[in-house]
Design a protein around this ligand. Structure first.
Ligand code: PMV
Length: 318
């Protein structure tokens, strides 16, 4: 049997993070410059059913049966085996790699799950649709994040820009005009689970007040759908800045994020905001094509550990 490779991109949320956990819409796009991969090798020396998993980044080299059931990689493998229900499982090795920054709001956990599910199902001769892959990855996301909205597994499994509302059919965004997005990584790693819990506690302290904030974020996200299609930088920039103001009210911003956001705006970005769970992780800025280098430089000078620039264009992302 040949080696089978499964890949999955990173992702970035453009609008609506946190509010999406409370039923409001969010918009996310795949980021194909970074990705997770899973390679499956037949293990000719192994016993049938023996599955070895290797992930160098987390110093993991173990057999599936020796991993706890709630280990995210074990879970991704087990749910794929249940979904494909193969008659026979040959001895195999799964090698996992990822260039997606961990705990940086770029969907590294969902991408690793999607890569494993894709590779293993293909290796075992099963054919899973993007919806099925997304649903399986969602089960693993629950181990990582507790109560995830499901946006990460959806955008990553479909590899298309999405307009997402929890528990509703996914909608894909039509893009007529390209836009350029610069991500700046603060280098600070705050688990999404932590910020989601913090927002839940804040909401619990004054639900009517925060429901209004979530509604306002939802309205911005709705506005962004049309502006994105048309590539309207002025409108998108305004919407991003407003979204950032509301995220600050949710107390998920941080001085480092704000330094990068200010630097991007100062360098001429149309708008900038944090992206993902917040209190660290990434911010995102919208730049004109001729201004990308300036914005990248300003973000680095303000302390970012890296920038990643992605183009959102007709038919997806490049
Ligand atoms: O970008 P991430 O993986 O940090 O996701 C954060 C998005 C949240 O809305 C905060 C949580 C969620 O499950 O949607």
């Amino acid at each position: 049997m040949p080696v089978v490779l499964g890949k999955a991109p990173g992702k970035v949320i453009l609008f609506g993070e946190h509010a999406v956990v409370f039923g409001r819409p969010a918009i996310a796009i795949p980021v194909t410059k970074v990705n997770a991969s899973a390679r499956i090798f037949p293990n000719l020396q192994g016993q049938p059913g023996q599955i070895n998993i290797q992930a160098q980044a987390i110093s993991l080299d173990a057999d599936l049966e020796d991993l706890p059931n709630d280990h995210p990689l074990a879970k991704a493998i087990q749910i794929t085996l249940s979904a494909v229900a193969p008659h026979h499982i040959p001895a195999l090795t799964i090698q996992v790699d990822s260039s997606i920054p961990v705990a940086g709001g770029m969907g590294s956990s969902a991408a690793v799950s999607v890569a494993i599910i894709r590779a293993l199902s293909a290796f075992l001769g099963g054919s899973l649709s993007p919806e099925e892959i997304s649903e399986l990855a969602f089960e693993v996301e629950k181990l990582h994040h507790g109560t995830p909205s499901g946006i990460d597994n959806n955008v990553i499994a479909h590899q298309k820009p999405v307009y997402f509302i929890k528990n509703q059919p996914i909608q894909f965004l039509q893009i007529d005009q390209p836009t350029h997005w610069v991500l700046g990584d603060t280098g600070e790693k705050t688990p999404t689970r932590e910020t989601v819990l913090a927002v839940r506690a804040l909401h619990g302290s004054d639900a009517p007040r925060f429901e209004i904030v979530f509604d306002q974020i939802g309205a911005l996200t709705d506005g962004a759908q049309t502006a994105l299609k048309a590539g309207d930088l002025t409108e998108l920039g305004w919407l991003m800045n407003e979204n950032q103001r509301l995220l600050e009210k949710l107390n998920v911003s941080s001085p480092t994020l704000e330094a990068l956001i200010q630097a991007a705006r100062g360098a001429g970005a149309a708008g900038a905001k944090l992206s993902g769970g917040g209190r660290g992780g990434n911010m995102i800025a919208l730049a004109e094509s001729e201004n990308i280098a300036m914005v990248e430089k300003a973000i680095i000078n303000a302390g970012a550990v890296r920038t990643i620039t992605t183009k959102l264009a007709e038919g997806g992302v490049s």
